[in-house]
Design a protein around this ligand. Sequence first.
Ligand code: HEC
Ligand code: HEC
Length: 342
Amino acid sequence: MKKALISGSIMVASSCFLFAAVTGDDLVQKANNSGLKPMPTGKELQKATGMDKVTKAQIELGKKLYFDPRISSSNLISCNTCHNLGLGGTDVVPAAIGHKWVMNPSHLNSPTVYNSVFNSSQFWDGRSAHLQDQAKGPIQAAPEMNADPKVVIAKITSIPEYVVEFKKAYGNNVKIDFDLIADTIAIFEKTLVTPSRYDDFLRGNVKALSKAEQEGLDLFIDKGCIACHNDINLGGTLQPLGVAKEYKFANVGGFKGNKDGMVKTPTLRNIMETMPYFHNGQYWDVKDAIKEMASIQLGDEITDKDAAKIEVFFGALTGKKPDIIYPMLPAQTIDTPKPTFD
Ligand code: HEC
Ligand code: HEC
């Protein structure tokens, strides 16, 4: 019943020029009813991200591994090369470039690592559910870090300071294997969350968003973007791509989603920092991405003015980044395997 009433009022809204956008408390209510959820805080956040079960020593070690380029076979590429934490967790190139300057063979864009803990699936085709599982992929992938797990383990265990840190993190009997290395990086990744004014608004602080941002949010809901960009991350689930029309640049790289043609909906948090957009990085202006989305997913050719309104709302999704102090990495020894470049 309630749904029918809401869609009734949307019809009135679009057919009547005098009808103002929903704002204030009514919009808070409407957004919450539309499946948008604020990022949890405090103990709830700890629980939601699994941080209630980890130690500071584990997080700090994971951070070092995240920044350590020696995990790659060339000693040049770290997770931070493509998921640069100073650049919204991305690399600002259309397709990722890894080992030997090779571009991702499917022309895939590096998704942001910020807030990836809230995605229900990882990778553009959703093939990983968890960050732990995910981290093992890029370390070994030839176009990324190109590393043999055995060499990664040999590198880490040849560095005495790392061995001491693994013991501090997991106890004296720790077995440093590939799974544990990936798990430890994933623990650090779970700390990469960026709460924003938008979350304060969803929790009822109507002053947290400007009037223009509220109008953009209202339009984002009315247009139906929330069908897929919802929950905590305004994304994170697998969805069909090209519902109403084929994606204009579908042929660039040839990526077709998973076996059912489903594609991971990217988070819209920090979207103003994570250009270029779409899985193959074909749009630099977010307004073009918004218009293409409306067209191919909703069959709606929206105006430049409406795209600009939604862009204003997107500005409110830029979150507060955690304070990250670049870690000093422990020195290698003469026994540490040397870099290889083929
Ligand atoms: C050469 C660039 C490159 C490097 C190095 C790299 N990644 Fe990625 N990362 C990518 C690309 C490209 C994707 C998307 C790949 C796909 O969907 O098949 C991705 C996907 C991800 C995702 C999934 C996010 C999402 O929303 O789906 C996470 C998390 C991630 N990488 C973390 C890491 C970690 C941790 C490391 C270091 C161990 C790392 N990456 C190293 C380029 C890179
Ligand atoms: C049917 C589900 C669905 C609907 C409806 C939808 N989206 Fe998307 N959105 C997706 C998927 C899936 C992608 C990833 C597409 C790709 O990269 O190829 C995406 C990508 C995006 C991107 C690019 C993000 C990035 O980091 O590359 C933006 C911006 C976006 N959507 C905004 C919108 C807006 C605004 C609306 C409403 C006008 C909307 N979407 C409606 C599923 C949807």
